[in-house]
Design a protein around this ligand. Structure first.
Ligand code: MRU
Length: 354
């Protein structure tokens, strides 16, 4: 499979995830405003993929900016960052990536604006490449906690499509499978947008990893019957205390897992950890349009005018999580300490590389 998004001929290419798996199409983006709209519309989705799209969005803004001096370019980038950051509020990877571009360009002393433009493209490309490397490392750590023959229950899509490549949660599944562990995945369909049924099922079938699609409501019964050995899901933002915001319905899975004595892990690259927020209730939760609930695909299923509440994410309080799998190792309680250590280790690794 190709990457979820990539830079080609000074444009951004992204797989259109709204129409998968029935149609495979790649869209081309020329400016950051269109990229922001694509993030809002979920052409690209999944926290790390959104982050990479934001970084390339900044690269497009730099390229299209008419600025002839450094200060004007920085002003245009500041405005582009605002537009991009507003595209989706919960995934902190977006503002993490746009801030990283701003910090990087702020630290460069290149007098020529075209050199600055090229440097920004290169930094965006580094962010995308690092994401793949992070997922591979996370996969190796995560595979350790997957028992031979495990039935893994997962929610939404935290796969290759939610990242630049390989995936966070599905990266762990892939790594376990590459190590020869015979795993099977229960795939929650994940209403309302059905990322599980459409995207996770597609990815796992492509990789020939055994899986079964289930309605979200079947998860509790499977856990009670002993048919789930581990629950794994991703995150859009993790607070300093280990509370995790992920796709709506994740919280319910973690509570059910605890009730049934099943380990539950969130698989999280360090750019998803927001140490500035003390706990999960401070994480902004995106609310999306009513039509995602009143319709299935193009078909209306609810009466016209019905009142709808459609939060896209929920928060799992950290006490329900066995651990948080990062590219710097598996964090265990107390998460305040282990998460900070992981973020610092990742930062140190990045410094060493530069
Ligand atoms: O609304 P989405 O599809 O962007 O939600 C995605 C998720 O909830 C993922 O689990 C999360 O972003 C982690 S992706 C590696």
């Amino acid at each position: 499979m190709p990457r979820t998004l990539w830079w080609e001929n000074n444009q951004l290419k992204m797989i259109d995830q709204r129409i998968l798996p029935l149609t495979y199409d790649v869209l081309t983006y020329d400016d950051h405003v269109a990229v922001a709209q694509a993030i809002t519309d979920m052409v690209v989705r999944g926290a790390p993929a959104i982050g990479a799209a934001g970084a390339f969005g900044m690269a497009l803004a730099a390229q299209r900016s008419p600025a002839r001096d450094r200060d004007s370019l920085l002003a245009d980038l500041t405005s582009a960052k605002k537009t991009l950051d507003a595209a989706r509020p919960t995934a902190v990877n977006l503002s993490w990536a746009t801030s990283r571009i701003m910090d990087y360009v702020g630290g460069l002393v290149l007098p020529n604006v075209d050199d600055l433009r090229s440097a920004i493209v290169a930094e965006a490309q580094r962010i995308a490449d690092e994401d793949v490397e992070i997922n591979r490392r996370m996969g190796a750590f995560g595979a350790e906690i997957v028992p031979q023959g495990a039935n893994i229950l997962t929610h939404c899509n935290a796969g290759s499509l939610a990242t630049v490549d390989y995936g966070t949660t599905l990266g762990v599944v892939r790594a376990a499978s590459e190590q020869g562990k015979q795993v099977h995945v229960w795939v929650d369909e994940t209403r309302p947008r059905l990322q599980g049924a459409r995207l996770t099922a597609w990815e796992l079938m492509h990789d020939e990893i055994p899986m079964t699609l289930i309605a979200d409501n079947a998860a509790g019964m499977l856990m009670r019957l002993g048919k789930v050995q581990v629950v794994l899901y991703g995150a859009d933002r993790v607070a300093a205390n280990g509370d995790v915001a992920n796709k709506i319905g994740s919280y319910k899975l973690a509570v059910l897992a605890k009730e049934n004595g099943i380990p539950c892990y969130s698989v999280v690259p360090t750019p998803t950890i927001d140490l500035a927020l003390a706990h999960g209730d401070l994480i902004p939760i995106e609310e999306r349009g009513a039509e995602e609930v009143t319709m299935v695909g193009v078909e209306r299923i609810a009466p016209e005018g019905v009142p709808v509440y459609n939060p896209a994410f929920d928060v799992t309080p950290h006490r329900y999580l066995t651990g948080i799998i990062t590219e710097e190792g598996i964090c265990y309680p107390p998460f305040e300490i282990s998460l900070r250590k992981a973020v610092e280790a990742a930062e140190a690794r990045r410094q060493r590389k530069n």
